[in-house]
Design a protein around this ligand. Sequence first.
Ligand code: SAH
Ligand code: SF4
Ligand code: F3S
Length: 433
Amino acid sequence: MKYHIATFGCQMNEYDSGLLANLLESVGCQVTSKKEEADFIFFNTCSIREKAEDTAIARISQIKSLKYKNPNLKIIIVGCMAKNKGKALFKRLPFIDYVIGPDHYKEIPEIILKQKSYQRVYTEFDETENYQGAYAKLQTPYSTSIGIQRGCNKRCSYCIVPYVRGKEKNRDPLDILAEVQSAADRGVSEIMLLGQTVNAYHKDDFSFATLLDKISQINGIERIRFTSPHPKHYNDELIDVLLSNSKICNHVHLPLQSGSDAILKKMRRQYNVENFLSIVERFRNNNPLYAVTTDIISGFVGETDEDFEQTLEVVKKAQFDNAFMFIYSPRAGTESFQEKETLSEEEKQERHERLVVIQNEITMQRNKLMFNRNEKILVERPSTKDPDEWVGKTENFKKVIFKPTKIVHPGDYVVCHINDIRGWTLRGEVVGE
Ligand code: SAH
Ligand code: SF4
Ligand code: F3S
């Protein structure tokens, strides 16, 4: 039996697809990259913005004809849209077989291999399901993500995540350490820890800081990353570990959302601009090249011109290395969905575009600071444009293109002298291993 998984959405979904892959392989299924060859096609979906759901539905619709060619094919919708839309998906996509939410993946082999009745929905939350002992398939042989927390206890007024992922569940630290150890034993040197408010992680005596410290002691682990921390959950203990432990990378993805205190309050973000900037300042005071990336929403309900100008000001002050910038998308079920939007689509789009222009310029300026430096690069893959060139990442998460001086493999580390920066592209010359 062959399976294919198409994944949409955030890194949490990528990780869950890896969990699902291992669960399927444990009962003898084999992966295929071709949907036409598959007996089971999974769509691991996202609901964060309306467009995410529309894209998934369009992609699922495209494979309807495969079902006629292979009547035994089963099409299974998993992930956040499965939870969000539930059985309504059978109306929209009558040819699909199962709709399975994020707390029911362990049951999937049983459901798809043994059950004869189709069009069933498994989407209730299970507050006890933490996937204890179920590790995810490695994303690459050298770098992989590890889920340490599922769900979210915040109630940001625009956000659907708590409604589709449920309450925060922190995973047993020993189970996490065992998964990291098993990845390290297979050659992984870079770990990305995942949670919606990852730095709020706590379980028994383990804080996030303790967990980071223990992971850094695992032989073979060279780079530790995590996403997404919440500005409210930084304390001195955590900042000390982040700045003093050399295995924790000098890059943080710290979502700002808005640069207006009034909007942050309406968003129920639990911090203000001053708190946010003081965290950025602590990283940058320690190391001016410390990379800070962010998420920003333009055009939230009630966002005035002045609020938006404040966001632009904070963006300039914070000097983000990069940003994911989104247009506010009202999500049914969330608090801010109740409120009538104050801006037209064009106005939201226009603000978004102004922000993108300013941030792109800052991104280029931040990249320029890397010029003339020697940087340790984790080698990823040959470049798609020129197979003689390879691509890798610096510790502060910048992509570097270089020409190897001898044979390199994905997962190697090389030292590059950054000697050319054009637009977004950093190039380097190998000067050591
Ligand atoms: N847990 C993370 C965010 C996860 S969602 C955090 O709190 O930072 C990823 C990003 O999607 C958010 O940071 C936000 O910028 C964006 N987002 C969430 N809901 C949205 C909505 N309704 N419209 C537009 N963007 C949204
Ligand atoms: Fe959504 Fe807020 Fe939770 Fe992030 S912290 S997942 S934005 S509710
Ligand atoms: Fe999307 Fe679910 Fe992630 S809604 S952003 S896939 S947690």
